[in-house]
Write a protein that binds this ligand. Structure first.
Ligand SMILES: Nc1nc2c(ncn2[C@@H]2O[C@H](COP(=O)(O)OP(=O)(O)OP(=O)(O)O)[C@@H](O)[C@H]2O)c(=O)[nH]1
Ligand SMILES: [Mg+2]
Length: 200
């Protein structure tokens, strides 16, 4: 088979990292919004004492999302398991910012998300938004939002949204909130560092 011709497109690109605790829905979110998730490095894991097995990301997810003819977002999903944490720094290099996915159904996920957020923002002021996933239909949304905000100790300036990672419109709203947040930071003169990316 003839390899495809490489064209150097003049598209502006930005790198967005999708991170969060184990099993929160990162791979799902990228798969929902990108036309095709170009790369997914999932492997089957079996937990000790657990009958079932599930898929987990061991290196990264990658997907491309065209925003308009001149701009594209490159979405990089991190592994959720701490043992693959060596990938976080590699993936964070040069990112414009990140989406932190939190699993509302698992209290540990919120605690882990708080730690991750500290690590991703420790050395730089990095634009980010929080996407709360797996919220039950009968949950009180205002209460969930307030609880996650308090546990993650996020300021008013950081957008926090409830989003179903399987729902394209929900994920679109998360990315729009992120892009608006970046614009606000740029307008307010904050030092948005395109080379942000040291994970502590
Ligand atoms: N109910 C519900 N389940 C979801 C949602 N998003 C993802 N899931 C399920 O949650 C599980 C984990 O989703 P993944 O997208 O693989 O999560 P991940 O964060 O990439 O997981 P790791 O790579 O292992 O850290 C899968 O079984 C998904 O089908 C959601 O919005 N609601
Ligand atoms: Mg994954």
């Amino acid at each position: 088979m003839t390899p495809p011709t490489i064209r150097r497109r003049r598209t502006r690109t930005a790198k967005l990292v999708v991170t969060g605790p184990f099993d929160a829905g990162k791979t799902t979110l990228i798969g929902t919004i990108t036309d095709s998730t170009v790369l997914s490095t999932e492997r089957t894991v079996t937990h000790a004492g657990d009958q079932g097995s599930e898929r987990t990301t061991v290196a990264m997810d990658f997907g491309r999302l065209g925003v308009d003819p001149d701009m594209a977002l490159f979405l990089f999903g991190t592994p959720g398991q701490e043992r693959f944490g060596f990938m976080w720094n590699i993936l964070a290099e040069g990112m414009l910012g990140f989406v932190l996915v939190v699993d509302a159904a698992r209290p540990d996920s919120i605690t882990e998300a708080a730690q991750l957020r500290r690590r991703f923002t420790e050395s730089n002021q990095v634009p980010h938004v929080i996407a709360i996933n797996k919220v039950a239909e009968d949950d009180d949304h205002a209460e969930v939002l307030a609880r996650v905000r308090a546990e993650l100790e996020v300021g008013r300036d950081v957008p926090v949204l409830i989003a179903d990672a399987r729902d394209r419109e929900d994920v679109r709203q998360v990315l729009l909130a992120f892009l608006r947040h970046v614009l606000e930071q740029v307008r307010s003169g904050a030092d948005v560092d395109r080379e942000a990316g040291e994970v502590g």
